[in-house]
Ligand binder design. Sequence first.
Ligand code: ZN
Length: 316
Amino acid sequence: MCHDATRQWNIVKMVKYLGTHEQCVAFAEVNGLLPKSRLCPMHKTQMALHKRHPVGFFKCSRGNCRTKSLISRAAGTWFEGIRLSFPQVFYLMYCFTHCFTRESIHREDYASVGRKFSSATISDWYSYCREAVVIFQLDHQEFKGKIGGPGKIVQIDESKFGKRKYNRGNNNNLYEDALEGHWVLGMIEDGSEDLRLEVCPDNVRSAEVLIPLIRKHVQEGTTIRTDFWRAYECLPDYGYTHEKVNHSDPGNPFIAEDGTHTQRIESHWRVVKRFFYKDNYNNPANFADVIVEFLWRREIEKKNTDPFNSLLGKRE
Ligand SMILES: [Zn+2]
């Protein structure tokens, strides 16, 4: 496949380059979504790759390993245990990157034969894509000093990621295992796009875990807005002003419990807010998910890169 041809994906190219199972497997291999090699956990030597439908498997031929079961090449990847075809998986990833509604997904669907995607399937794959975006952002964030300060407002929320194991194959992603079912803390200053993300150690979101992460990123004297999670209640002990906001209320994500506007919403925050109201297939992503996805899309727009390539973790 010519690289230039897929610098910018569209539906016609999806059909042409990712329309068959074989094309998709080759593409997944090249992009590190399926591993090309694997070490035997016992012998620490390369296992043999047997390319057999659907994706092939690994086998070690040394000693006792000869009698052991084969390891599917899909183990620990996007494609482990999938009930969809490979072209369907890539099609849904494409749909996510272009914010297709359910109607558009069904209308443009070149990958399915006879059966329409269920709402649950669409919702699941959009969630996996969001997780991939969060992992991408975690990988690429660079911290420049602390955010907030006296008179500044920082919104903080935690979000659970990794309902499904996500793994980028050979890319040596540090978070591939650490993120499974883990809490991620998101912190953003109003009027800024400098979002800080931290994985909560040991999958705990107690005050003992959250407060040090907050102090690492947020200056003393900041007004911090959080949801009603009790771990935040000790924030005033650390020199912060604490306000509680009902983030999960889909009607009023930035409005305080007493009904007053808690902030002057700057222009891009209005965009974030609009983003909130989009059709999320009855599976509303929470505050941090939405902000991360928003920033990811904004970055793509700014740099004029291709969202499908970006979702795959390709650098341009
Ligand atoms: Zn072995």
